[in-house]
Write a protein that binds this ligand. Structure first.
Ligand SMILES: [Zn+2]
Length: 648
């Protein structure tokens, strides 16, 4: 880059032979073979980039790029990119004068094609910089794509249609999406549905890959008063890949159906804030993909197949992310005989931070604490069942046993909502995998099936207001691509119905007598030893099953208020139950004592450590793993065209 800049500088100030007053550059025949369809026959050297001769131009990385652009870009944006390049490398020459190409043409191509470059992680080439090498109409430019125009105009009428369909997010691609494809599909969906969609990152994986979330809401980027928030997380185990694909399709489906005016989807998005993280473990996925090809190669060797079933399951540090969350369940079990013990907002014990916390786990913990999520599902593979908390068995030896939470009814209800809406999951004949002996109609208590400590769903329930279940979408962890379309069809209704259950139960606002919202007030339901707390603006959501409930609200320094409510069996929106709490005479509730310490996340400031780690590994990755096309350009003895790399 520096070299090229220097060259340019030299050229601009005093480029021999131009410095020689006797020298007059002349038009010469355009002899670059990749430019032979340009709408002119003469060019001049030095060219706009300062190449002094045709040979110079041919030897440069710029010419190499336009000669391979067709295959690099998978046929997209060609011949436009090539012709635009030619207009700079071999500019039009008339009457011994160089004519410069039009900026407007360059800008139009760039608008249309920069995404294609993004897709292959290539920077927009510096020599196609519209401001630098192209000029306006007033400055006497010519259109380098002139030759294409006639052709294009003929196709223009239906061409627009074709473009729209080809670009529209509802064309689901039933093939696996690489990590790069995943990011670009989410970004494209965000662009197409910019009014209701937004992507954001919650952090990076161990190897520096972005953990990208796409959010849907009628007000993306903001929590709206009384609007419940739900999340979907896929690919926590890197080799369990179907959920990841389903979530990509779901994002595209939500976007396209909203635009098409689908009333159900519009209502859902207008009343719910939806967050989708298709891959929590992109590093593991990368490994799993290579594992699958290994498998295919050696598929005769049964032993190797057996060994490789879990390739890519863990993150890049070989940590199983679904064992890496703080084990709060053991704490609850230990305290269960104490008077007034709680099963909500359990603090993360200090010792947790001295263990190995994966950056992916860290990112998700921070995320679930920062948004008032109500409902969540976490997608796995290897079985066909929805499992619900607790994950960890109460049995002293960890033997499998039924270990319900105080919200067992709610969990059974939301788990069954997914299973019943699924094409086959609730059908006993469709059972597969090890849950077979324990599951009923497609749902199972996780501890009864297979006990584990440090799981994500227990953490959600015991540390936040969010109710999470684990959806196992099929026994094949990495099903063949031919099955993706069918799997989407099987799960589509479940994915929607499940999110709609965020509106089951009650919601409301807790205020003081002056009308100020009370943050962190507790909503308790008689008979359920698990409170929900109010969010920033005093709003809360309490998932409940149909029936009569006695609900009360309390807050430190306020008098408790109680209401009797009835949740009907059919409901589309949560019942609204507000509370006004009068100030209490000095009455300190010892239960509230340690609540302020809940806000202290990450007491040893590991965050710094994790971001540094991610940055470091990202840099390493850049040095070690250049994009696949890099080898085309890294030729010995030639300065590497680092301007093609996005991160430079
Ligand atoms: Zn799993």
């Amino acid at each position: 880059m520096l070299l090229i800049l220097l060259q340019l500088l030299v050229f601009a100030s005093c480029a021999p032979p131009r410095c020689d007053p006797k020298f007059r550059a002349k038009c010469t025949d355009l002899m670059l073979s990749y430019c032979d369809d340009m709408p002119y026959a003469q060019t001049m050297f030095p060219n706009i980039l300062g190449h002094k001769t045709r040979e110079d131009a041919e030897a440069g990385a710029e010419y190499l790029l336009i000669s391979v652009a067709e295959s690099l870009l998978g046929g997209d944006c060609n011949p436009e990119i090539r012709m635009l390049g030619c207009s700079v490398l071999a500019p039009r020459c008339e009457k011994e004068k160089v004519l410069k190409p039009c900026r407007s043409t360059c800008e139009a191509v760039r608008r249309r094609c920069s995404r294609t470059f993004d897709k292959i992680q290539m920077a927009w080439p510096y020599f196609l910089d519209c401001d630098r090498f192209f000029v306006s109409d007033q400055e006497g430019c010519y259109d380098p794509l002139e030759g294409l125009r006639g052709q294009e105009e003929e196709e223009a009428a239906d061409g627009l249609d074709i473009l729209l369909t080809a670009d529209s997010p509802d064309t689901l691609q039933f093939t696996y999406h690489s990590n790069t494809d995943l990011i670009s599909v989410l970004k494209k969906t965000e662009e197409q549905c910019s009014g209701i969609a937004r992507t954001y990152s919650i952090g990076r994986s161990m190897e520096g890959r972005e953990l990208l979330v796409i959010e849907f809401s009628n007000n993306p980027g903001e929590h709206e008063l009384l609007e419940p928030e739900v999340k979907y997380i896929g690919n926590m185990h890197g080799n369990e890949v179907l959920g990841r694909q389903l979530l990509i399709y779901l994002a595209q489906h939500l976007c396209s159906e909203y635009l098409l005016g689908n009333e159900r989807i519009q209502t859902l998005i207008n009343t719910t804030r939806i967050h989708i993280l298709p891959s929590m473990n992109p590093d593991g996925y990368e490994l799993a993909v290579s594992g699958v090809s290994d498998n295919n190669y050696d598929f005769e060797q049964e032993d190797q197949r057996y060994d490789s079933w879990n390739i890519g399951r863990n993150n890049a540090q070989n940590i199983d992310l679904n064992r890496n969350f703080p084990d709060l369940t053991s704490i609850v079990y230990r305290r269960r005989r104490q008077k007034g013990y709680r099963t909500d907002h359990i603090l993360i014990p200090d010792y947790y931070w001295f263990g190995k916390v994966a950056p992916e786990t860290y990112a998700v913990m921070k995320w679930v604490r920062s948004i008032p999520f109500v409902l969540s599902a976490n997608f796995h593979g290897g079985d066909l069942v929805v499992s619900y908390p607790y994950d960890l068995s109460k049995h002293p030896l960890g033997h499998e046993m039924f270990c319900p939470t105080p919200d067992d009814k709610v969990f059974k209800f939301i788990a069954a909502t997914y299973a019943n809406a699924h094409e086959t999951m609730s059908n006993e004949n469709a059972r597969c995998g090890s849950s077979r002996t324990q599951s009923q109609k497609g749902i199972v208590n996780a501890a009864q099936w297979s006990s584990l400590a440090g799981g994500m769903q227990d953490f959600n329930y015991l540390h936040t207001n969010c109710f999470e279940v684990t959806v196992n979408v099929g026994c094949d962890r990495f099903p063949p691509e031919e099955e993706l379309a069918f799997a989407w069809h099987e799960n589509q209704e479940s994915l929607l119905s499940f999110m709609e259950t965020a509106h089951r139960g009650i919601k409301g606002i807790v205020k003081d007598e002056k009308g100020n919202a009370i943050k962190g007030a507790r909503i308790s339901v008689r008979g359920i030893q698990h409170d929900i707390t109010t969010a920033e603006n005093g709003d809360y959501w309490r998932l409940l099953t149909p029936g009569i409930h006695i609900v009360s609200a309390s807050g430190q320094g306020y008098t408790r208020a109680t209401k009797r409510i009835q949740v009907p069996s059919r409901m589309k929106t949560a019942g609204r139950v507000d509370f006004v709490l009068p100030k209490a005479p000095v009455n300190f509730d010892p239960q509230e004592e340690d609540f302020s310490s809940y806000d202290k996340f990450d007491p040893y400031n590991q965050y710094q450590h994790y971001t540094q780690m991610a940055d470091l590994s990202q840099n390493q990755e850049e040095r070690a793993e250049k994009p696949w096309w890099w080898n085309y350009f890294a030729l010995p003895g030639v300065p590497s065209p680092t301007w093609l790399l996005k991160q430079y």
